[in-house]
Design a protein around this ligand. Structure first.
Ligand SMILES: Nc1ncnc2c1ncn2[C@@H]1O[C@H](COP(=O)(O)OP(=O)(O)O)[C@@H](O)[C@H]1O
Ligand SMILES: [Mg+2]
Length: 247
């Protein structure tokens, strides 16, 4: 199943990507084409390979086979720092802030190391990222003391500080109250409206469905459904996956 949704040019093309760790095949022949500007959701049980797929896309992990193209360029052999500079930003399922630094300093690190900016340009980019993530009010707070929603938003700000064309989100909505989740949804929707292409892995399906226009289900390293979100959620493939394993 390749990209059948969307009419824009492809920003990301994942072609026959596989990833194994020794004898463990985590991803098998994954094809995924994401047009510029699309918001794509990914669901699937624990251990399906969702985070690994994001890692192979942003270069944190190398694909065992297949190719990854970004903006028409083959980046399969390109490392994560260069992919970040090419326009990929990512949040991690387990947040990795510099806890002893302030929120602003964390965003600045994203702007400097992720986007390759320096001095005033880096400062401006960090502030812009904090504004987009609704974090300006806590800019001078040490990252280690933030409550959960703000920790999630910091993870988002750090990814935005790299000035991404493609934003990869890994389970950013888990553990939030309903109201907190709604506020995060509003933020991600506004990023989508600004034209950022988004791939969002999320167990909080309600949050996904409020934003994405396309949904993919990954199970045991294989894409088993790909299409309009409501149709994918109602599909036999997805029912089978969740009846079999739970989320
Ligand atoms: N670095 C690694 N070494 C060995 N196995 C790994 C590694 N990373 C992930 N895995 C395994 O790959 C499978 C998929 O993991 P993951 O991509 O984190 O799934 P998901 O995000 O869908 O829950 C799991 O069985 C996990 O244990
Ligand atoms: Mg995961």
């Amino acid at each position: 199943m390749t990209g059948t949704v969307g009419t824009g040019t492809a920003l990301l093309e994942v072609d026959q990507v596989a990833k194994s760790y020794g004898a463990l095949d985590v991803l098998t022949a994954v094809d995924l084409t994401v047009p510029t500007g699309q918001a794509l959701g990914i669901v699937g049980p624990n251990g399906a390979g969702k985070s690994t797929l994001l890692s192979v896309i942003n270069g944190t992990e190398k694909a065992s086979a297949g190719t990854v193209r970004f903006g028409g360029r083959d980046v399969t052999a390109v490392g994560p720092a260069d992919r970040a500079r090419a326009g990929m930003g990512r949040t991690f399922q387990i947040p990795r802030p510099f806890t002893h630094l302030t929120v602003f300093e964390n965003a600045l690190a994203g702007a400097e190391f992720g986007a390759g900016l320096h001095g005033h340009a880096a400062d401006l980019r960090a502030l812009e990222a904090l504004e987009m993530a609704d974090m300006l009010d806590v800019a001078n707070t040490p990252a280690g003391t933030l409550p959960l929603l703000k920790r999630k938003r910091l993870e988002l700000a750090r990814a935005l500080a790299t000035d991404p064309q493609l934003l990869l989100l890994d389970e950013i909505a888990g553990g939030l109250t309903e109201a907190e989740c709604d506020s995060l949804i509003a933020t991600i929707r506004s990023l989508h409206r600004e034209g950022i292409t988004i791939i969002w892995i999320e167990h909080v399906v309600k949050a996904l469905l409020a934003v994405v226009e396309r949904l993919v289900c990954l199970a045991s390293g294989v894409i088993v459904a790909d299409g309009a979100p409501d149709e994918v959620m109602r599909s036999d493939e997805v029912r089978k996956v969740y009846l079999g394993g739970g989320m």
